[in-house]
Write a protein that binds this ligand. Structure first.
Ligand code: UGA
Length: 445
């Protein structure tokens, strides 16, 4: 069985590389010719642990190839993974233009019985749409080739994508077709060892499983952020509360870290899309609405704290910012809380010096050029250089080197020893004993 993976974003490229790593023959398809050229040369276009080594190795072994032509891939492939983007449209729904276009092209070009796999996160019912599009394209050709459209959502986390793919908690296969179940079960058995990690279900069930998983995780975070804000008003340290409730296995410790809001390409987009789906069904998604609202508020919490300490007009103030990526382990800045913080600081007249271990190129590309040109925002290579003459440090992303910093050096370099800890990384008592003024999220101070 030869595999085509269409779309080489996080999901597509990791999927293609990991299947090749297990010995499969894979061809990755992307419309971006320049990107395809780079990947052919073994260059990895995204920052993801393990991936840069996997590309050249598998290309050299002849198991991984890249092309801009889906027709070329279709000549030899039996399984087609659709892994193109589904960014939100203006109304919050998932924009399926790219998914539909790929489906059409698959229908126009397949040469043999094919399993077509929706890997992108797509709304419930997309499988039926893709099936209809492929069938129509085949009919136009006057061909009748057997095919199945199945749902196999991806659950990888940025920064741990290769590891998540190689050792999945579960593999969801949504199809009623025995043939497709057999083929997909065999394909994934290399990753799951024990097949009980493969969960078969209906196609719509699988599509919903993906949204429900992300929405549940986003709900945990927004819930904790709400408890944090309440704790703050009651003189409670939410970190103790987190410990206290996480010890209950029914609650668990993961995804209950309060902070300055969830970001990234998945939670914000998927919660919005699920809300949109609910409204289409005339159903009121009260919990999801609240999750989204709380997250938007949470991204402003650091701004409110800075305003409370330094006032609304920040002219003449200078801030150090640690962490631009939406989370550690990635250079991705999509929906990053750092953007909301920077907009407020710079918009209120402050200057900022920022550092991030991986996302500084991304910041140069994504943030308004005028911030850099006007000198309002400066990026520095070393984390401590960001602190010089700062009125305060704002910690936005909990990268490892920020977790146990050299407080003496910080104290020497900062103008005022003020820390806004957006990820509750520091012990308030310890930092205060070192002479810092400390403000966390939901810590009663
Ligand atoms: C998320 C899911 O975790 C993956 O399972 C899923 O496959 C992926 O979306 C997707 O749909 O493709 P990802 O967006 O890479 O993965 O990032 P996460 O590690 O889940 O973090 C998301 C956000 O939540 C980050 O901004 C993080 O800082 C925040 N977060 C996470 C908290 O604020 N508190 C927590 O306790 C955990």
């Amino acid at each position: 069985m030869k595999i085509a993976v269409v779309g080489t974003g996080y999901v597509g490229l990791v999927t293609g590389a990991c299947f090749a790593e297990m010995g499969n023959d894979v061809i990755c398809v992307d419309k971006d010719a320049a990107k395809v050229e780079r990947m052919r040369a073994g260059e990895c276009p995204i920052y993801e642990i393990g991936l840069p080594e996997m590309l050249p190795r598998n290309i050299e072994e002849g198991r991984l190839a890249f092309t801009t032509s889906l027709a070329e891939a279709a000549e030899s492939c039996d399984i087609f993974f659709i892994a193109v983007g589904t960014n939100p449209a203006a109304d919050g729904s998932a924009d399926l233009t790219a998914v539909h276009a790929v489906a059409r092209e698959i229908g126009e070009t397949i040469q043999r019985p094919a399993i077509i796999v929706d890997k992108s996160t797509v709304p419930v019912g997309t499988g039926e749409e893709v099936e209809a599009i492929v069938r129509e394209a085949l009919e136009k050709r006057g061909d009748s080739i057997e095919f199945e459209v199945i749902s196999n959502p991806e659950f990888l986390k940025e920064g741990a994508a290769v590891q998540d793919f190689m050792k999945p908690d579960r593999v969801i296969i949504g199809t009623d077709s025995e043939w497709a179940r057999k083929v997909m079960g065999d394909l994934y058995s290399a990753f799951t060892h024990k097949t009980d990690r493969i969960i078969f279900m209906g196609r719509r069930d699988a599509e919903m499983t993906k949204y429900a998983a992300n929405a549940m995780l986003a709900t945990k975070i927004s819930f904790m952020n709400e408890i944090a804000s309440l704790s703050e008003r009651l003189g409670v340290d939410v970190e103790n509360v987190r410990h206290g409730i996480g010890s209950d296995p029914r609650i668990g410790y993961s995804f209950i870290y309060p902070g300055c809001g969830y970001g990234g390409s998945c939670f914000p987009k998927d919660v919005k899309a699920l809300i949109h789906t609910a409204r289409e069904q005339d159903f009121d998604p009260a919990i999801l609405d609240a999750v989204e609202w709380r997250n938007a508020e949470q991204k402003k919490r650091l701004n409110e704290k800075v305003r409370a300490r330094f006032g609304a007009d920040l002219s003449g103030h200078h801030f150090a910012l640690w962490g631009l990526a939406f989370k550690p382990g990635t250079d991705d800045m999509r929906e990053a809380p750092s953007k909301v913080v920077l907009e407020h600081l710079i918009g209120s007249g402050a200057t900022v010096t920022a550092h991030d271990p991986e996302a500084m190129d991304m910041a140069r590309a994504e943030l308004p050029a005028e911030w850099f040109e006007s000198g309002r925002l400066r990026l520095v290579e070393h984390q401590y250089d960001a602190l010089d003459k700062a009125d305060a440090l704002i910690l936005v992303t909990e990268w490892k080197p920020y977790r146990q910093p050299d407080f003496d050096q910080m104290a020497r370099r900062m103008k005022q020893k003020v820390i806004f800890d957006g990820r509750n990384q520091y012990d308030p008592e310890r930092t205060e004993s070192l002479g810092f003024e400390y403000t966390g999220i939901g810590r009663g101070r």
